[in-house]
Design a binder for this molecule. Sequence first.
Ligand code: PA5
Length: 445
Amino acid sequence: MISLNIEKTFGFVSKEKVFAYEAEVKAAQEMLEKGTGKGNDFLGWLHLPSSITKEHLDDLKATAQVLRENCEVVIVAGIGGSYLGARAVIEALSNSFAWLQEKKDGPVILFAGHNIGEDYLYELTEYLKGKKFGVINISKSGTTTETALAFRLLKKQCEDQCGKEFAKKAIVAVTDAKKGAARVTADKEGYKSFIIPDNVGGRFSVLTPVGLLPIAVAGYDIEKLVAGAAAMEKVCSSDVPFAENPAAIYAATRNELYKSGKKIEILVNFNPKLHYVSEWWKQLYGESEGKENKGIFPAAVDFSTDLHSMGQWIQEGERTIYETVISVENTNHKLEVPTDEANLDGLNFLAGKRVDEVNKMAELGTQLAHVDGGVPNMRVVIPALNEESIGSLMYFFEKACGISGYLLGVNPFNQPGVEAYKKNMFALLNKPGYEEESKAIQARL
Ligand code: PA5
């Protein structure tokens, strides 16, 4: 289970002011529970963990097994909410060097459809040459350009290289029940498909097949992931008192910090495997709160790596930031610093200590230094990097995000701002239906 510590924000905002949010948080939680707030048609994530059935998980696991047995490589094609959750969990749980190992414990998982890099896609198709590969094509709308473009290339290569029969078995769609090109293609080609519920938006969809299928294909226990989230659903539920509810406290604290002029939240980790959890978190909070000319800017750093770059700015730059540290209590492996007779590096004072002890002192030292430098600090502690903890952590952030968005007064469940670039891109590419926009944009160039 996770725990939240906000003690190191109290030199910057008062405990009284944070706790004064109690009534507002209660109202926000009621809006979520009763569906009376903005964006109330996208609340399917709220009780998702406790409502996922064993049959559904079995269906996902059976499909994952087909891909695991038949494919050397599986490409997860998706972008934004249809990509980051799966990547976050898989990278948090994977051996950092899994893809370099000779003997593999399942297919290599790669990602596509989240960029339009010609070199990226060329190099991917080159890597896939001669390999038996599958594709999980994930898109709620079924029409997202980045994903559709990658899927077009991958589908053709899979069929050309492995045959139509193999492709039918190795391509799976995760999309809307009825609409969109991904649905049409899946039905026409006879692909196995999973439905993304209408009432779950992309960035809240990690516990739907969007996240669960790729995670199961990667060999991780989706039952445990869901169980971790379900446990957190209880801990953060609206009947848990404010003072004991970590989602409520986190939402209140960040809003109070924002009011006090701290406009940027930096999510910090001291474990490189959490890099994509931060990417997922950035989307969750950025898309949910950044609207109507307001919202905390969600940034992220990987420490201690980035202490040697962004550390300077954080210590002494403009004082508009606060940090939220994800601290992992226990490592999954043990490694001690060896003794060295010559001690040329002067590190014998560390001999016999666990590497993690050094990391933990870097974490503590950084916290103290940054607080001294004017940076409020919150800590979210998780026991270890495993399925339960990551499931808990993600649900915690989702629940807090829903509350926090309502505290800010925005609709946390829409993302109107992401359409602007698409309209311009389609106009510039002369997409049929965009004739007027094409003329207008050409006139501007
Ligand atoms: O959160 C969101 O809504 C977005 O990030 C979408 O998930 C992303 O744009 C992908 O959309 P789709 O699943 O329709 O391809």
